[in-house]
Every structure is written in C-alpha cells, then in structure tokens.
Design a protein around this ligand. Sequence first.
Ligand SMILES: *Cc1c(COP(=O)(O)O)cnc(C)c1O
Length: 371
Amino acid sequence: MVDLKGQYDKIKNEVNVEIQNCLENTAYINGPAVKEFQHDFEKYLNVKHVIPCANGTDALQIAMMALNLQPGDEVICPAFTYVATAEVIGLLGLKPVMVDVDPETFNINMEGLDKYITDNTKAIVPVHLYGQTAEMEKIMQFAKKYNLFVIEDNAQAIGSDFTFENGVVKKSGTIGDIGCTSFFPSKNLGCYGDGGALMTNDDELALRIRMIANHGQEKKYYHKVLGCNSRLDTLQAAILKIKLQHLDEYSSLRNKMALYYDENLKDIENVRIPKRSANSSHVFHQYTLRVVDGSRNELQRYLADKGIPSMIYYPLPLYKQEAFQQYVDIGFSLPVTERLCEEVISLPIHTEFNQEVSDYIISEIKNFFKS
Ligand SMILES: *Cc1c(COP(=O)(O)O)cnc(C)c1O
C-alpha cells in the first residue's frame, strides 16, 4: 500500500546522519531534536503550540483529559473512522455519540446534528478522513452554538489546508481547541516507529497538555493531576525533522498519483472516484474508491490474485463493533456509514509515483469491470 523503502532511500543520507548524532549524544529521552522538531512543526502549521507525544491515540486521550471532560459527558464523533477516535472516549468513561458521514467526502455530516445534543454533550471530534479536512467552518459554528469543545482527529490529513468563507486559510488540526495527529510510519508524516502530537493556540491548554503527558507534573516529582507517560522519542523526532521538510512535496506526489487514478478510473460505470471537498485541499492519505454495484469484495479478491494490494478502511461501523455495544441501542444504524463499509476500497498510494505500477493497477481494475 505504501513504499516506505523507496521513500527512505531518497533521504537516507540526511536521516542516517541525524540518527548517528542522536546515538552519539545519548540524549535518548527529550533530546534536542524533540524541541527542534516541535518548533519546526509549529512554524509549518502556523500554530502557537505543538506538544509531541507517544502516538496518535495518546494525543486524543490527552486532549480529552486536558479539556477536563468527566465520566458521563457525551462526545460526538463519526461512526466511520478508525477505532482510536472513539476508543479513548470510552476509556475515559465518556460516551461516544456516533453520527453519520457524507457519502462523497467521507467526513462528518453536519446536517441535522442538533438532534444529538443533550445536557451532557461536551465535545465533538471531527476526523479528517483519508486526507481532507472536515467542514470546520460549520463545525466551529455548531460548537459555538452548543458550547462544545472541538478536538480535531488529524491523523490522516496533516498538511491539508482549510479555506474559510472569508478567504482565511488554516492548516487542518489548528482550527479547533486541540488538534491531534499520529506519526505512525504509514501516515503522511510518518516516523520509523510510533509518535504523535497535539496542537493548540491556547497557552493555558498547552501547559495542561504538557503536564498531563508528563505524569501530571510541572515540576519534577510534584504531581498536580493524574497524567500519563507519553513522549516522542528523540530518534523519531530527529527523523520527523527531516521528513517534515519533504511533507509538501510528498503531498503533491500523492496528488499526482491520485489524479492519474482519477483520469483513468472516472469512466467506469460502477466506480466512484473520490470527491474533492469544496473548502479543503486533499493530501491523499488514502485514495479510496466506492464500488456501487456490490462487487467490492470480489474486486479486492481479484486484485489480490493479480498481486495488487488494497485495503478496506473500514469494514465495520464503530457501532457494530463488539467493544461498542454498550453505547448503542440494539438495531442502531446509520445509513451512509453502513453503505460505505460495503463500498469503499483504498488503492496503493505513495510518494514514489511509478507509471508502470499505476498503469498495471488501473488496467486490472478495468479488466475486472469488463468481465
Ligand atoms: C492512525 C489513526 C489514529 C491513531 O494513531 P496511532 O498513532 O496509531 O495511535 C487515530 N485516528 C485516526 C483517524 C487514525 O487514522
């Protein structure tokens, strides 16, 4: 699905030097590279504070802890997302309120969300799925109306730009109260292990986040609140510093491959190419087709036979997962989420565009629909 080796080969010399430096100066925990990457990332995102942590799931959990959400509080999130989004809500004793998504952008559908609001609703977690920012303008208006916190799950869309009606452009993850991201190797800005970060423009929240990620202490051995131990490794920060310099170039290479898929797949009758949102640029964490004639699983098997990997993100709505049964009534169902779980298929997409490989994938998809 991704070509991490090809990507590494291109930046090998820079990366190896940085890693060597880390090994030589032995500051394995909170070494200089962590702060350096933090500052570079703040600058890139145009956000006041980046707080690195151990992974994207931790980032979401720390965000909810920092906002002081309490057991019983309700948090709205899309049902069509990776489990981490809702998992941390449940882990903290909060209630995930799962809502439907837009069939074409795959992001949270803001129409008619008022009916989910109760006295306990405290936050909303939009997920910028597959690489496009959700409708942040509407989400911020909704949050303002109901006095909700906004936590952006930006694990899949780092680098994407959201344009407001007044023309202001902001990076995804810097619009809500807190943005969260992941540096898992296959993410658009991935390291060589686990990593994550939170971002915020709020000075006080930034302090709280830092404290919670560091055992609830501001001063060593004095613990103000219950926290956790969530750090970005110095080695990973050193790698991320280099990869950040290439992020925009990676995004445009992903776009190039996506456009090539678009052009060649758009005329297949039972296939829908991914729609671009009106207000967001796309960084194509995933290139996801919809197969609308019920043959998605068959297509996946066919491609596998031809040696072409593909993935189903995600095969089951969150509310159908065993782990989430306590949060929904029997028979609970969201029509679009339900349909997308049957229709979506993600194709290989990466930063090493290869004409031959792309043509092979395209021709086999065409062959499948011809027969
Ligand atoms: C990857 C991902 C996460 C979690 O990130 P980890 O670093 O793997 O913990 C959270 N939300 C979404 C939407 C993701 O894709």
